[in-house]
Design a protein around this ligand. Sequence first.
Ligand code: BES
Ligand code: ZN
Ligand code: MN
Length: 489
Amino acid sequence: MTTPIAISFTETDLDVLSAAQGKLALIVTPDNKLDPAARRVNRLTKGAVARLTESDRWADADEGECVTLAFPAGLAAEALIVVKLARRPDAATARKAGAALAKAKGEAALTLAAGALTRTAELALGLALRGYDFNDHKTAENKTVGDAVIMASKPDDVAAVAAPLLSVAEGVFLTRDLVNEPSNILTTEEFAARLAAMRDMGLEVDVLDEAELEALGMRALLAVGQGSDSPTKVVVMQWNGGGAEAPLALVGKGVVFDTGGISLKPASGMEDMTMDMGGAGVVAGVMHGLARRGAKANVVGLIGLVENMPDGRAQRPGDVVRTMKGDTVEVINTDAEGRLLLCDVMWYAQERFKPAAMVDLATLTGAVIIGLGHEKAGVFSNDDGFAGGFLKSAEAEGEGAWRMPLAPAYDKLLKSAVADMKNVGGRTAGSITAAQFLQRFVKDDCQWIHLDIAGVARVPEETDFAPKGATGWGVRALDRMIRDRFEAG
Ligand code: BES
Ligand code: ZN
Ligand code: MN
């Protein structure tokens, strides 16, 4: 697994600045007042810091940006990075500055003199998140990345605030690794094995095999996987950090590769379907974060693992399958497989755990990308309060999310001539009809959110906190929602 760079916090010691190896970073406030560390470095470099802060380049820099001076005279460091940041930035600007530092740092070791900056822990989170690089399959890539040492006025206080944030960053990295991993490596079995290894963190993990799923009646889920050599599995991860209260259930779509099945996708772009387990990846990342930070909440993560392949045994368009709930589905299009998987896993989650609330996550429809692009996930819910709470958490974490409608008129589009419903609605409102299908498997007393993350799980361009590729979208928003609503005390 890609681990975030090690970040440690120490007392400020001005005497180490001249000899610091790797890259040395300073913070200068927008009013250009130099703190003791900046004054010392300015003296060592014979005024280079002051020349920078008097320049147009500096005047034009936004808050949270940094400027790098290469091979500065008077310092052992190979570069001096000057970050423009107020002494009391808001959390978002502090994170942005940390992300800018991660890019400027590259693979070098970093010493940052943060002085009396507030929100240093938030800066560290930005530094950790943007420091991600998935290079497991690049033969010649340098895999040793230098650590970061942050000198702060109250290092122990900063370290205490940073610890849970960095635990969540580890969860984000797990999600990104899973989403970036190719499908010949991340098979259903390998995915289940990686989740089972999380028992070491104190999570309870069960892996249900095909015989058990058959006995439970999950025919819709099993039908999706019947054309693949990789066995279908359901993984159940429990984190019992709360009291006796009913848990929150997180349910993830884990299609390790989606060819479309017999309703085969076109060749062009099919390689993107390695990320069709993005929902499962987020569930894994959230559970990892909860365990790492010792969350005081009861959360159960359920993941359906399946591969959608065309084959002599694959399901056909027109097949009718019976779900665990008992309703029958006419499979019009074998490429609308995510909902077939989710309906059974969601039903099982409710039957077994009686959750107070349930969130499912899935790279479910191409239509949500047409509607919202790569900026925001589609949010569907049967409960305005629950949805509103999630949207607030997402906003606070800078993870885009947008509420979408549900209504009986859309549900009608799922009427089938031969079964209780069909698995597609038609050309219009594709993301909404997919959500309507799922809602048929949500009990009335269960607060529910469906997150369609097809556009945000993996993006074609870098974002503030991630390089191009997997983002880990949702891990931070869900962790925050759990902290705010489900955590005792
Ligand atoms: N996994 C896809 C959705 C998807 C598309 C995710 C692009 C990420 C990027 C899903 O299983 C799918 O194929 N959906 C179909 C549904 C249709 C057949 C009703 C789609 O969106 O075209
Ligand atoms: Zn899919
Ligand atoms: Mn599909």
